[in-house]
Structure formats: C-alpha cells, structure tokens
Design a protein. Structure first.
Length: 364
C-alpha cells in the first residue's frame, strides 16, 4: 500500500492561487468541485474547504447557482501603447506581425493594447505632441530618425530593437547575434565551407549596418571563427544599397550577385528576407544551382522566406514568443513594479526549407 504524502497548508494555498491565476488568464470563472480540487491540488477536502471559505469572506470568490466562481476584473488591468512607423498599420512587416500578435493575445493578460503609428516624415515636435496622449507604458519598435524621448519622462519604455535603445529602457526582442550564429552553424552542419553574407546598406554608407543586421553579421562571424570557416566581412560581406526604387534595387542586387561569382562562394546568408525572392531569381539567372552549388539561408523577418516556392531555409524571428514576453512583463508591472530595466533576448529557431542540402566533402 502506497504511503500517504502530506503537504503543508501553505503549499496547498500556493497551488490554489496558481490554479486560479491560470483560470483567470484563460477566461474561466467557474471553479471545479471540492473533490476535483482535492485531486488537482493533492490536499484533503477539509483544507480545500477552509481555504475556499476564507477566500469567499475576503471577496476573492463569489457564489453562483452552479457553485463558486472567480470574479473576473471588470476592466483589464492596464493599457500599453505600441509605437511604430506607418499610417494605419506598421509599414515594417516584422512589426506588423508583432502588433497583430499583441492584439490577439492582450485580453488573456487583461491588457488593452493601443497604437500610435506615425508617418516617416513626422517632425520631432509633432511626435512629442503625439506621445502626450499615450499610456504610461510604451513599446517602441522604431522612432523618427535621431529622436530621443525626454530623459525626464515618467513613462515605462520597452524597446524591441536595440538600434533605438534609451537610457533606463527595457529590451525584449530577438537575439539577433544568435540568429547569425544559428545561420552559420546550419551552413556548417550541411557541409558548406565558403560562405558570404548579404546585408542591405540602409544608411547610404558602406561603414555601418542597421543595428540588428550588424548583430546578425557579428554572430555569423563568431561562429565561423569557432568552426575555422573563412569569413572576412571586409571581403565576404556584400552590401547592396537600399532603395525604394525597383530599378535601383535590382541594379544593386545584381551587382552583389555578380561579385559572388568572383569569390568562389558555396553559400549565402541573407540577413533579412525583405528581397529574398529577387535575390533567389538573380542567383538562378547568374547560373547558381541551389542548393547543390550554392546553399541559401536567411532570417524570416517578413515571412517571405516561408512563403517563397521553393521554401527557403531560414532562422525565425520569434514573434510569438516576443509578444507573449512583452504581455507577461507588462501584466506583471500592474501588480509588482520592476526595479530597473530588464534585458530579455528571445532565442531564434531554425525553419526548414529546400535551399540547403548535405554537401559531399572531398577527402584530403
């Protein structure tokens, strides 16, 4: 006969509180029966009944015809404002995906999402006025060029892009350095040994990558150094200039692909899938056989990699995980204010595709 395992009343109460928090988050109000609670919490009926009666007396439970129930909050616990460049939706598809996820899941955390979208030509003075009408918690995805929020502001700032990090702001976003490392490791695991990297020049200068792109390049380089794979950004980083003009973009990408021919590369990491369809077509047009002659991997920032046919091997951006982490953090702020800032990097994952294949290594 199995021995009876006893637990303290305090432990039972902690388990009960945890169960009730989960029920509230899931939108459930009606409690299980006392016998079911005994089973779920591993406690005696006497202890369960005492705890339930105490909660009733404190107003934490209410009586309904079908039994005890949890009183859901009349209104959500708090508001937050999502700030991104755009007019009706974020113009950057990465942030558009994140906004949709936040909208879909906010109610489960009893939060109200609000949005502030600003046109790219918004002057600093006008943007400052816009911020006055926002909630006290701001999620910043991007800001007008060079704009800084006043250091005296009492608003809670959460950045999703380290390019716009503010003093005393928290960061919750993708670990971009790990994304680059993961891409390099995946190429290595498939037997590719002569990679190059393509990163858009967003600033019209060959000296600076966009922040998150630069981190992906650095992570890629770190992995290459560890694996003793030749990769020198000075020679192996292709840097086509960004342009809204289709013809200019095509010319820039065409020149970058032609440069690859001179480097005898066997693989390409594109740090963002923004132009992946055009790059793929240009590679084929210039005689690269994918994946036999050239392996291709990117970061699935805009979902273009997984929508492409054939599907392109990619590294995820962890949008769902970032959304849940943001909502959990904001929800916690309502009851237990965080001292200082937090720094949470979401680890990306690999997304399978058909643009990588195992390479036959020549015996030395």
């Amino acid at each position: 006969m199995a021995a009876t395992v006893y637990q303290s009343r305090k432990t039972t109460e902690e388990k009960m509180n945890s169960l009730f928090r989960t029920m509230i988050r899931d939108g459930k109000t009606l409690l299980p029966t006392e016998l079911k609670l005994c089973e779920l919490l591993g406690a005696s009926r006497r202890v369960i009944r005492e705890l339930l009666q105490e909660k009733e007396e404190r107003g934490e439970l209410i009586r309904k015809p079908r039994g005890r129930a949890l009183p859901l909050p009349v209104t959500p616990a708090g508001r937050f404002t999502f700030i991104s460049g755009g007019r009706n939706i974020p113009e950057n598809p990465t942030w558009a995906k994140l906004w949709i996820m936040l909208q879909q899941n906010a109610s489960a955390y009893h939060l109200i999402p609000e949005m502030l979208f600003w046109p790219w030509d918004t002057p600093a003075e006008a943007f400052t006025e816009m911020l006055k009408s926002t909630s006290d918690i701001l999620i910043l995805t991007n800001l007008p060029a060079g704009y800084r929020i006043d250091r005296s502001s009492t608003k809670t700032l959460i950045c999703t892009d380290q390019e716009i990090m503010h003093e005393n702001a928290s960061f919750i976003g993708l670990d971009n350095r790990e994304a680059g490392r993961l891409a390099a490791q995946e190429l290595y695991d498939h037997g590719y040994r002569r990679p190059c990297v393509m990163s858009l020049d967003l600033y019209g200068s060959k000296e600076k990558c966009y922040g998150m792109y630069q981190q992906r390049v650095e992570g890629f380089q770190e992995c290459c150094l560890e694996r003793k794979i030749p990769f020198n950004p000075a020679k192996d980083l292709l840097f086509p200039r960004f342009s809204f003009s289709f013809q200019e973009k095509l010319a820039q990408l065409t020149e970058a692909v032609r440069r690859m021919r001179k480097g005898s590369y066997d693989s390409l990491f594109v740090v963002c899938d923004n132009d992946i369809a055009m790059i793929y077509d240009l590679l084929l047009h210039n005689g690269f056989a994918i994946p036999e002659q050239l392996g291709l991997i990117t970061v699935n920032s805009f979902d273009y990699a997984i929508q492409h046919r054939p599907v392109i091997n990619a590294v995820s951006t962890g949008t769902r995980e970032i959304a849940n982490a943001l909502l959990s953090f904001i929800s916690d702020l309502q009851t237990k204010p965080v001292k200082g800032s937090v720094n949470l990097h979401i680890i990306p994952e690999l997304i399978g595709g058909t643009t990588l294949t195992k390479q036959k290594r020549k015996r030395s």
